[in-house]
Write a protein that binds this ligand. Sequence first.
Ligand SMILES: Cc1ncc(COP(=O)(O)O)c(C=O)c1O
Length: 423
Amino acid sequence: MKRRTALKKLGLGMASMPFLSFSGKDQVVHWDRGYGLEYTSDEEYWKQFKKAYYAVSEDFINLENGYFGIHPKSVHDAYLSNIKKVNTLGSNYMRNDFFPELAQIVQSLETFSGVEEGELLITRNATEALNVIIQGLRLEKGDEVLLSRHDYGSMIEIFEMLEQEEGIVLKIVPVPFDPKDDQEVIDAYMSQVTPKTKCALLTHMMHLTGQILPVAKIARALKAEGVEVVADAAHSYAHVDFNIPDLEVDFLGANLHKWFSSPLGAGLLYVKKDRISDLRALYGDSRLPKDDIRRLGHYGTPATPVVMTIPIALQFNKDITVPVKEARLRHLNQYWTQQARSIPKVIMNTPVDPNRSCAIASFGIEGIKSGDLVKRLYDEYGVFTVAASLEGRQVTRVTPGLYSLQTDFDRLLEGIQAIAKKA
Ligand SMILES: Cc1ncc(COP(=O)(O)O)c(C=O)c1O
């Protein structure tokens, strides 16, 4: 079936695009039903929530919310008016108002993240934050670093560049796809530690499998061996409930444009206060004191309207709360993965234990390349996912957003069933 036909069958397409009631200038979403864990599996509640908060395309079912998070209407409206404000006031705003506002925004993020004043910087994304950290650590020839093939490609590339240019040594940790307990994961990391191990990258939530690592426990074991631990929280920040210090790492990079719901182009760099002076700045700075985190953020004029919109996204997170987001996203994940696991020829890449993943999960079907599977799900069922491969496994990654409904997964499962049957 061609995609258009499939969309027609779904009753989707431009003609069925619902009236989008943007809240206009006041940037207020009208929602009086409250928020709470009691609504986690209440589909009627989430249907209304979607209507109130989101204006997503109804042309297809978007189960690829891992790339970035479609932000709610309140954030979208604020973003548009901030673009207008900057472009109306010009550098008068930048020279007089923006930087005091930025300081307040950073402070509010510090409070939200549970860190001390002066430990956070806003970056353009997690990649930038993690480059500042990893390249700032002054790794030298012969230093060994621990990473896994499950980590994000751009982070692996930082270490590969340092391998080529500085002569550091990469040790690949065999992260289990479906660990039976935390100890198995800790052991996998510790098995690669030698007296030369200087640094380890721990991805809190893996982008291709959705696996959540017990970062604090691994970090504790590694730090006892004198290893610097860097956490990649690109996917976990504002997705699962934690304060940055809970992870027990000194260095962390995160995204605001994934689960925090800011506009595209915002991330976070965290460095524990007493470690700031240990990093060499990636972007030249000769003025600020060595223990001032802003020394690490000399990367020029920011995407100002994006940064100005962060408080509205923060308010959204405070209203709904991260535990409620986490519970709903995990519910959706479990709704489809539990059914998919029992379909013959389906191979799940995500741990069985519900607490070892949240929104993200991935799978393959025996005998089908993930690229072909993703195309068929889209063309024949109107379901948008993304394809990859990992350590020889086929990966079709499925990631709901907060606007996703169980019926979206019914359609996905219909596709998986039919495709697997004929495979
Ligand atoms: C685990 C992980 N780390 C880092 C990144 C990089 O994020 P960005 O491209 O926004 O810097 C991603 C992006 O998907 C990711 O999944």
